[in-house]
Design a protein around this ligand. Structure first.
Ligand code: CDP
Length: 229
Protein backbone atom coordinates (compact mmCIF):
# COMPACT_ATOMS: atom_id res chain seq x y z
CA UNK A 1 0.00 0.00 0.00
CA UNK A 2 1.15 3.47 -0.85
CA UNK A 3 0.07 5.97 1.80
CA UNK A 4 -1.24 9.24 0.41
CA UNK A 5 -2.49 12.58 1.67
CA UNK A 6 -6.02 13.64 0.80
CA UNK A 7 -6.83 17.36 0.65
CA UNK A 8 -10.48 18.43 0.84
CA UNK A 9 -11.22 22.10 0.30
CA UNK A 10 -14.38 24.03 -0.33
CA UNK A 11 -16.96 26.55 0.79
CA UNK A 12 -18.36 26.89 4.30
CA UNK A 13 -20.63 24.18 5.57
CA UNK A 14 -20.68 21.98 2.51
CA UNK A 15 -20.04 18.69 4.26
CA UNK A 16 -16.25 18.59 3.99
CA UNK A 17 -15.70 17.39 7.51
CA UNK A 18 -18.27 14.58 7.31
CA UNK A 19 -16.65 13.36 4.10
CA UNK A 20 -13.13 13.70 5.51
CA UNK A 21 -13.98 11.87 8.73
CA UNK A 22 -15.71 9.00 6.94
CA UNK A 23 -12.80 8.62 4.54
CA UNK A 24 -10.23 8.64 7.33
CA UNK A 25 -12.19 5.99 9.21
CA UNK A 26 -12.55 3.76 6.20
CA UNK A 27 -8.89 4.04 5.14
CA UNK A 28 -7.57 3.95 8.70
CA UNK A 29 -6.06 7.40 8.14
CA UNK A 30 -5.83 10.38 10.48
CA UNK A 31 -8.45 13.10 10.07
CA UNK A 32 -7.34 16.69 10.65
CA UNK A 33 -9.93 19.49 10.80
CA UNK A 34 -7.84 22.54 9.91
CA UNK A 35 -10.87 24.82 10.38
CA UNK A 36 -11.01 23.75 14.04
CA UNK A 37 -7.51 25.21 14.47
CA UNK A 38 -8.56 28.61 13.08
CA UNK A 39 -11.66 28.44 15.24
CA UNK A 40 -9.57 27.64 18.35
CA UNK A 41 -7.26 30.63 17.74
CA UNK A 42 -10.36 32.82 17.30
CA UNK A 43 -11.90 31.52 20.52
CA UNK A 44 -8.68 32.29 22.39
CA UNK A 45 -8.64 35.84 21.04
CA UNK A 46 -12.29 36.40 21.93
CA UNK A 47 -12.05 34.81 25.38
CA UNK A 48 -9.03 36.86 26.27
CA UNK A 49 -10.63 40.06 25.17
CA UNK A 50 -7.81 40.78 22.77
CA UNK A 51 -9.95 42.65 20.26
CA UNK A 52 -11.18 45.92 21.68
CA UNK A 53 -12.68 48.34 19.21
CA UNK A 54 -10.21 48.84 16.40
CA UNK A 55 -7.18 48.05 18.52
CA UNK A 56 -4.83 45.60 16.89
CA UNK A 57 -3.89 42.88 19.31
CA UNK A 58 -0.46 41.39 19.64
CA UNK A 59 -0.84 38.45 17.27
CA UNK A 60 2.63 37.07 17.96
CA UNK A 61 2.07 37.07 21.72
CA UNK A 62 -1.36 35.44 21.35
CA UNK A 63 0.06 32.76 19.05
CA UNK A 64 2.93 31.97 21.38
CA UNK A 65 0.40 31.37 24.18
CA UNK A 66 -1.72 28.98 22.16
CA UNK A 67 -1.39 25.21 22.04
CA UNK A 68 -3.88 23.30 19.89
CA UNK A 69 -4.16 19.53 19.81
CA UNK A 70 -6.64 16.88 18.75
CA UNK A 71 -7.54 13.91 20.92
CA UNK A 72 -9.40 10.95 19.48
CA UNK A 73 -12.13 10.13 22.04
CA UNK A 74 -14.99 7.64 21.51
CA UNK A 75 -14.45 7.65 17.76
CA UNK A 76 -14.45 11.44 17.52
CA UNK A 77 -11.77 14.06 17.06
CA UNK A 78 -11.95 16.52 19.92
CA UNK A 79 -10.20 19.89 19.74
CA UNK A 80 -8.20 20.97 22.79
CA UNK A 81 -6.99 24.51 23.38
CA UNK A 82 -4.30 24.81 26.05
CA UNK A 83 -5.45 21.54 27.58
CA UNK A 84 -9.21 22.29 27.62
CA UNK A 85 -11.85 20.65 25.50
CA UNK A 86 -13.22 23.44 23.26
CA UNK A 87 -14.96 21.25 20.68
CA UNK A 88 -18.42 22.70 21.39
CA UNK A 89 -17.38 26.29 21.97
CA UNK A 90 -15.50 26.63 18.68
CA UNK A 91 -18.70 25.77 16.75
CA UNK A 92 -20.72 28.62 18.30
CA UNK A 93 -21.92 31.54 16.21
CA UNK A 94 -19.73 34.15 17.88
CA UNK A 95 -16.69 32.17 16.77
CA UNK A 96 -18.13 31.69 13.25
CA UNK A 97 -18.72 35.42 13.06
CA UNK A 98 -15.06 36.26 13.73
CA UNK A 99 -13.07 33.33 12.41
CA UNK A 100 -12.62 34.47 8.81
CA UNK A 101 -11.12 37.78 9.91
CA UNK A 102 -8.66 35.98 12.18
CA UNK A 103 -7.89 33.40 9.47
CA UNK A 104 -6.91 36.19 7.08
CA UNK A 105 -4.01 37.28 9.34
CA UNK A 106 -0.75 36.07 7.73
CA UNK A 107 1.00 35.29 11.06
CA UNK A 108 -1.92 33.10 12.11
CA UNK A 109 -1.85 31.23 8.82
CA UNK A 110 1.92 30.75 8.92
CA UNK A 111 1.81 29.15 12.34
CA UNK A 112 -1.16 26.88 11.64
CA UNK A 113 0.04 25.81 8.19
CA UNK A 114 3.40 24.81 9.68
CA UNK A 115 1.59 22.68 12.27
CA UNK A 116 -0.66 21.14 9.60
CA UNK A 117 2.31 20.26 7.39
CA UNK A 118 4.03 18.64 10.35
CA UNK A 119 0.93 16.53 11.06
CA UNK A 120 0.89 15.35 7.45
CA UNK A 121 4.61 14.68 7.07
CA UNK A 122 4.22 10.87 7.14
CA UNK A 123 1.16 10.79 4.83
CA UNK A 124 -2.02 8.82 5.64
CA UNK A 125 -3.82 12.05 6.49
CA UNK A 126 -7.19 13.40 5.35
CA UNK A 127 -7.32 17.14 5.97
CA UNK A 128 -10.15 19.52 5.19
CA UNK A 129 -10.06 23.31 4.94
CA UNK A 130 -9.69 26.13 2.47
CA UNK A 131 -6.05 26.01 1.33
CA UNK A 132 -5.08 22.39 1.86
CA UNK A 133 -4.65 21.47 -1.81
CA UNK A 134 -3.14 24.84 -2.73
CA UNK A 135 -0.83 25.71 0.19
CA UNK A 136 -0.64 23.07 2.93
CA UNK A 137 -0.22 19.97 0.75
CA UNK A 138 0.30 21.20 -2.81
CA UNK A 139 1.62 17.70 -3.62
CA UNK A 140 -1.33 15.82 -2.12
CA UNK A 141 -2.04 12.74 -4.21
CA UNK A 142 -5.80 13.37 -4.11
CA UNK A 143 -7.44 16.79 -4.02
CA UNK A 144 -11.18 17.31 -3.77
CA UNK A 145 -12.99 20.64 -4.01
CA UNK A 146 -16.49 20.52 -2.58
CA UNK A 147 -19.34 22.87 -3.23
CA UNK A 148 -23.14 22.92 -2.79
CA UNK A 149 -26.06 25.26 -3.15
CA UNK A 150 -26.19 27.93 -0.40
CA UNK A 151 -29.75 26.99 0.65
CA UNK A 152 -28.73 23.38 1.19
CA UNK A 153 -25.59 24.38 3.04
CA UNK A 154 -27.59 26.67 5.32
CA UNK A 155 -30.16 23.96 6.00
CA UNK A 156 -27.45 21.44 6.90
CA UNK A 157 -25.70 23.84 9.30
CA UNK A 158 -29.05 24.89 10.79
CA UNK A 159 -29.94 21.27 11.56
CA UNK A 160 -26.45 20.56 12.91
CA UNK A 161 -26.61 23.49 15.35
CA UNK A 162 -30.22 22.75 16.37
CA UNK A 163 -29.20 19.17 17.18
CA UNK A 164 -26.56 20.60 19.51
CA UNK A 165 -29.16 22.82 21.19
CA UNK A 166 -27.72 26.01 19.70
CA UNK A 167 -30.56 28.32 18.70
CA UNK A 168 -29.86 30.51 15.70
CA UNK A 169 -31.98 31.68 12.79
CA UNK A 170 -31.77 30.35 9.24
CA UNK A 171 -31.02 33.88 7.93
CA UNK A 172 -28.24 34.43 10.43
CA UNK A 173 -26.53 31.24 9.29
CA UNK A 174 -26.99 32.04 5.63
CA UNK A 175 -25.50 35.50 6.06
CA UNK A 176 -22.56 34.06 7.96
CA UNK A 177 -21.85 31.47 5.25
CA UNK A 178 -22.01 34.19 2.57
CA UNK A 179 -19.74 36.47 4.52
CA UNK A 180 -17.16 33.80 5.30
CA UNK A 181 -17.10 32.58 1.70
CA UNK A 182 -16.51 36.14 0.57
CA UNK A 183 -13.70 36.87 3.05
CA UNK A 184 -12.11 33.42 2.53
CA UNK A 185 -12.10 33.75 -1.28
CA UNK A 186 -10.91 37.33 -1.47
CA UNK A 187 -8.24 37.52 1.24
CA UNK A 188 -4.70 38.19 0.10
CA UNK A 189 -2.96 35.37 1.94
CA UNK A 190 -3.86 31.91 0.58
CA UNK A 191 -7.42 32.57 -0.56
CA UNK A 192 -9.91 29.78 -1.12
CA UNK A 193 -9.90 28.54 -4.69
CA UNK A 194 -9.99 25.23 -6.50
CA UNK A 195 -6.50 23.86 -7.16
CA UNK A 196 -5.92 23.09 -10.82
CA UNK A 197 -5.56 19.39 -10.13
CA UNK A 198 -8.51 19.16 -7.70
CA UNK A 199 -11.64 17.20 -8.56
CA UNK A 200 -14.81 19.25 -8.20
CA UNK A 201 -17.76 17.69 -6.41
CA UNK A 202 -21.06 19.53 -6.17
CA UNK A 203 -22.95 17.62 -3.50
CA UNK A 204 -26.21 19.62 -3.65
CA UNK A 205 -28.03 16.53 -4.87
CA UNK A 206 -25.78 13.85 -3.49
CA UNK A 207 -26.38 11.91 -0.29
CA UNK A 208 -23.56 11.61 2.24
CA UNK A 209 -23.15 8.01 1.16
CA UNK A 210 -23.07 8.76 -2.58
CA UNK A 211 -20.44 11.42 -2.08
CA UNK A 212 -18.40 9.15 0.18
CA UNK A 213 -18.46 6.23 -2.28
CA UNK A 214 -17.35 8.48 -5.11
CA UNK A 215 -14.35 9.85 -3.23
CA UNK A 216 -13.44 6.53 -1.61
CA UNK A 217 -13.16 4.98 -5.08
CA UNK A 218 -10.88 7.84 -6.16
CA UNK A 219 -8.73 7.41 -3.04
CA UNK A 220 -8.42 3.66 -3.49
CA UNK A 221 -7.41 4.22 -7.10
CA UNK A 222 -4.58 6.52 -6.02
CA UNK A 223 -3.45 4.23 -3.22
CA UNK A 224 -3.23 1.11 -5.41
CA UNK A 225 -1.66 3.01 -8.31
CA UNK A 226 1.21 4.07 -6.10
CA UNK A 227 1.87 0.55 -4.82
CA UNK A 228 2.18 -0.97 -8.30
CA UNK A 229 4.55 1.65 -9.67
O1 CDP B 1 -17.11 23.85 8.94
P1 CDP B 1 -17.19 25.21 8.29
O2 CDP B 1 -17.38 25.10 6.83
O3 CDP B 1 -18.16 26.12 8.96
O4 CDP B 1 -15.79 25.96 8.46
P2 CDP B 1 -14.45 25.46 9.10
O5 CDP B 1 -13.82 24.42 8.23
O6 CDP B 1 -14.67 25.13 10.52
O7 CDP B 1 -13.54 26.78 8.96
C1 CDP B 1 -13.85 27.96 9.67
C2 CDP B 1 -13.12 29.12 9.04
O8 CDP B 1 -11.72 28.94 9.21
C3 CDP B 1 -13.31 29.33 7.55
O9 CDP B 1 -14.45 30.09 7.21
C4 CDP B 1 -12.01 30.05 7.17
O10 CDP B 1 -12.12 31.43 7.44
C5 CDP B 1 -11.00 29.47 8.12
N1 CDP B 1 -10.16 28.42 7.52
C6 CDP B 1 -9.10 28.81 6.73
O11 CDP B 1 -8.91 30.00 6.48
N2 CDP B 1 -8.24 27.89 6.23
C7 CDP B 1 -8.43 26.59 6.47
N3 CDP B 1 -7.55 25.70 5.99
C8 CDP B 1 -9.52 26.16 7.25
C9 CDP B 1 -10.39 27.11 7.75
Amino acid sequence: MNPINIAIDGYSSCGKSTLAQDLAKSLNYTYIDSGAMYRAVTLYILNNDLVKGDAVFDVKKALSDINIEFRFINGKNITYLNGSNVEDDIRRMYVSENVSVVAAIPEVRRKLVEHQQYLGRNKSVVMDGRDIGTVVFPDAELKIFVTADIEIRTKRRYEELMAKGITVSFEEIKNNLHERDFIDSTREDSPLFQAEDAILIDNTNLSIEEQFNKVLALAKGKISKGSSS
